[in-house]
Ligand binder design. Structure first.
Ligand SMILES: [Zn+2]
Length: 320
């Protein structure tokens, strides 16, 4: 989930390196330290008070209501579906999302059953992405999603967004859409984790760690690792225990969450399914670190700092 988003446009690589670096530094700084400009209020998330997620056909009807004459194209393959009224290269995008899904699956390979609140066949349900030709239609979707869950979303400023089984973005122009690819990867990861592992998509540290780490894996230029290190050294990242105890992290903490997700993948990959289970049970940060990861908070914090430091170095000098 992204509550507010810097301009992804200026994060993509420009032909003039120096200019790009300045732009990237400026926009990543916005990403890390930028204030949340709009309130993106979420519908109530208590499982008991929420209506069930719609079946796929119902989800499609919410995304593109037939009564409004919507006739989106469908692109589908291997558990991924894209509905779009925009001139997207749907086959290419489906193929990319299949790669993202393979990456996520390998990260949490020892799949555990989803939580009891999830329908039993959710792991067979495709992950669906809606791509709207215009931003106006993209924003209208969230009103319908809010109505379905009997809640109300506040203003959504992000260029891509996800909630439970819904994820969407807008096309607007070929250039704008090209720059939204990291966002699509990020939101797709949230929905996949929710559908397959029951991991809530409410801005909690674990779903943001996984989604931001996946985004950095597929779009390394979307973040600046030298900045991550500078921010850590300047004390602008927060103790992991605090990060992992927040019901919802701020978008300014997303890159820290990304590096935390990377650490989990690098050192604790075999324990990730158990981490998700423990998180879903409501275990504390302390319990997850000590009982699941079987280490202590000081060691975990040091491992994370080492990872941030090491990954900020150019690849050629990185120890193998
Ligand atoms: Zn997110």
């Amino acid at each position: 989930m992204r509550k507010s988003e810097p301009s992804w446009a200026s994060r993509s690589r420009n032909s003039t390196g120096g200019r790009w670096l300045r732009l990237a530094a400026a926009t990543v700084a916005v990403a890390l330290f930028g204030a949340i400009l709009t309130g993106g209020g979420q519908p109530p998330s208590g499982a008991t008070s929420l209506p069930a997620d719609p079946p796929v056909a119902g989800q499609r009807a919410i995304c593109f209501p037939p009564a409004q004459g919507a006739k989106p194209k469908t692109f589908a393959a291997g558990g991924i579906v894209i509905w779009s009224d925009a001139p997207v290269n749907g086959r290419e995008l489906v193929a990319h999302l299949q790669k993202v899904r393979r990456h996520l699956r390998s990260a949490v390979a020892a799949t555990q059953p989803a939580t009891a609140s999830m329908p039993a066949d959710n792991d067979r349900r495709p992950v669906a992405l809606a791509v709207y030709r215009t931003r106006r239609d993209y924003l209208r979707l969230w009103k319908r999603v809010g109505a379905h869950y009997r809640g109300r979303f506040g203003a959504i400023a992000a260029e891509g967004y996800s909630y439970r089984v819904f994820c969407a973005t807008s096309y607007d122009s070929p250039e704008a859409f090209a720059k939204r690819r990291p966002v699509i990867c990020h939101e797709f990861a949230h929905v996949w984790l929710y559908q397959t592992h029951g991991l809530r998509n409410d801005g909690n540290w674990l779903t943001e760690a996984m989604a931001n780490a996946a985004q950095l894996h597929f779009f390394p230029d979307s973040g600046d690792r030298a900045d991550f290190l500078r921010w850590m050294d300047a004390g602008k990242m927060i103790p992991l225990k605090r990060l992992m105890s927040m019901p919802r992290i701020a978008s300014s903490d997303y890159w820290q969450a990304a590096t935390l997700g990377e650490l989990l993948l690098l050192r604790y990959r075999d324990k990730l399914p158990a981490v998700i289970q423990a998180f879903n049970r409501g275990d504390s940060a302390y319990a997850i670190v000590t009982k699941v990861l079987k280490t202590d908070l000081a060691t975990f914090e040091r491992q994370w700092a080492d990872h941030v430091r090491r990954s900020a170095r150019p690849a050629t000098t990185r120890p193998r």
